[in-house]
Design a protein around this ligand. Structure first.
Ligand SMILES: NC(=O)c1ccc[n+]([C@@H]2O[C@H](COP(=O)([O-])OP(=O)(O)OC[C@H]3O[C@@H](n4cnc5c(N)ncnc54)[C@H](O)[C@@H]3O)[C@@H](O)[C@H]2O)c1
Length: 392
């Protein structure tokens, strides 16, 4: 295979990162086509990624093309299952954005199609490729904070109305819950850092600020209250943040018990003034905590009668080029390594399924007054990475 030829389904905001795969001069891949149901997105995609890309309103046309080796899925969450299963059945390698799907059953359908296809599959967990979380993972794996017993995550989603309440994200029919749509990254990072999956959860949450009784078709641009509304936006996303159909919580707190008895908490709020993720990981010999604003990880050690207690340390996170703190160009290369070199991806497909399973369990608990909900266990066949060495 000369270069991996890539087609993209869903040409909205996220699809811009596929430019890292478009390497016509000397690289290992090229983006040749895109599909979207919205005609306005087709030219925009060409402008952002490849002016010569073939574009279509019919994604099946793209899937039928024999000259396309791999498909990238950047459609809304509730569409992932359809596009991923059909792409795998069409014999394509697949990169699917997070969350894998919006129900555990749909995740399992994707994993089943992946196993039967013999093709390569990757989930878009780009946080695993950020230097911040790579550093935290390396510290945990080095044993310097001892055996991990607790993880606390505070997620301040201060631009909540910009991304989540002016568009399809605010309705549970499209996302199930923002504990999948937004937190799927963080639940995954908790699993990644500890090396363990969640067994059971309890959660509380509510729609405490967004949502309301405004008509579903109201937009900021035509709203009579735009001069006084704190959530007035000029675009690109302009659906009213206080409309009736909004039914996903904006203030959620999840407690999790992981394999091995590790305890974790994840707190998400969409009306904070700031945007950041704060992780604390506590082991038997110390703890680490990150600061996204300072781009640092602080390590504190406790009296342990080992050499480690002698030093507390501060890690300065190196700046990396590219979107999402440099993670996007690296995850794109990892996708190519997976296909061309049969390299194990940093996140396996089961990781995608497990973060959805925890998000669904937490949403169920939250909507049942905090009842303890057990996470749906994976089947043994779901483990592992690529099913077999591909002939490329
Ligand atoms: N990993 C990350 O950092 C990251 C960041 C942002 C978004 N995402 C994920 O990317 C996905 C897309 O998010 P977005 O912000 O780009 O949304 P978006 O609404 O901007 O784009 C989605 C696009 O899909 C198109 N679409 C909808 N149904 C379709 C269909 N049946 N066939 C073809 N096209 C269809 C829409 O017209 C739209 O252009 C989501 O799953 C989201 O969770 C991931």
């Amino acid at each position: 295979m000369d270069k991996i030829r890539i087609g993209v389904i869903g040409l909205g905001q996220r699809s811009g990162f596929t430019k890292y795969w478009h390497q016509p001069n000397g690289g290992r891949s090229i983006v040749v086509a895109g599909a979207d149901i919205d005609p306005a997105r087709l030219n925009k995609f060409r402008e952002r990624v490849n002016p010569d890309a073939d574009v279509t309103l019919d994604y099946q046309e793209l899937l039928q093309r024999k000259d396309i080796d791999a498909v990238v899925i950047t459609t809304p969450d509730n569409e992932h299952v359809k596009h991923a299963v059909e792409a795998l059945n069409a014999g394509k390698h697949v990169y699917c954005e997070k969350p894998l799907a919006i129900t555990v059953e749909d995740c399992d359908r994707i994993l089943d199609a992946w196993q039967k296809s013999g093709r390569h599959f990757m989930i878009g967990f780009n946080m695993r490729y950020m230097n911040m979380y790579r550093t935290m993972k390396a510290i945990v794996d080095s044993g310097e904070i001892g055996e991990v017993k607790a993880v606390w995550v505070r997620h301040f989603v201060g631009r909540g109305s910009d991304y989540y309440y002016h568009s399809w994200h605010g309705n549970s029919a499209n996302t199930t819950s923002l504990l999948l749509q937004k937190a799927s990254h963080d639940i995954d990072i908790i699993h990644y850092l500890t090396g363990r999956y969640t067994k059971k959860v309890t959660a509380f949450g509510g729609l405490d600020y967004f949502g309301g009784n405004k008509p579903n078709d109201l937009t900021c641009l035509e709203c009579s209250e735009k001069l006084i509304c704190p959530e007035y936006r000029t675009g690109p996303l302009v659906q009213c943040a206080f409309r009736e159909e909004i039914d996903v919580e904006d203030n959620s707190m999840v407690l999790m018990e992981l394999e091995g008895g590790i305890k974790a908490s994840y707190l998400q709020c969409h009306f904070t003034p700031d945007y950041q993720r704060n992780y604390t990981i506590i082991g038997t010999e110390g703890r680490i905590e990150n600061s996204e604003y300072e781009q640092k990880v602080f390590m504190k050690t406790r009296t342990s009668k080992t050499w480690r207690e002698l030093s507390d340390r501060v890690y300065e996170i190196k700046k990396a080029e590219g979107s999402h703190n440099g993670a996007d160009p690296i995850i794109c290369e990892d996708f190519l390594d997976m296909i061309l070199l049969n390299k194990e991806p940093v996140a396996d497909p089961l990781a995608g399924r497990m973060s959805v399973a925890v998000g669904c369990a937490a949403a169920e608990s939250m909507r049942a007054g905090g009842r303890v909900v057990h996470v749906k266990e994976p089947e043994p066949w779901m483990s592992g990475t690529s099913p077999r060495l591909m002939d490329v």
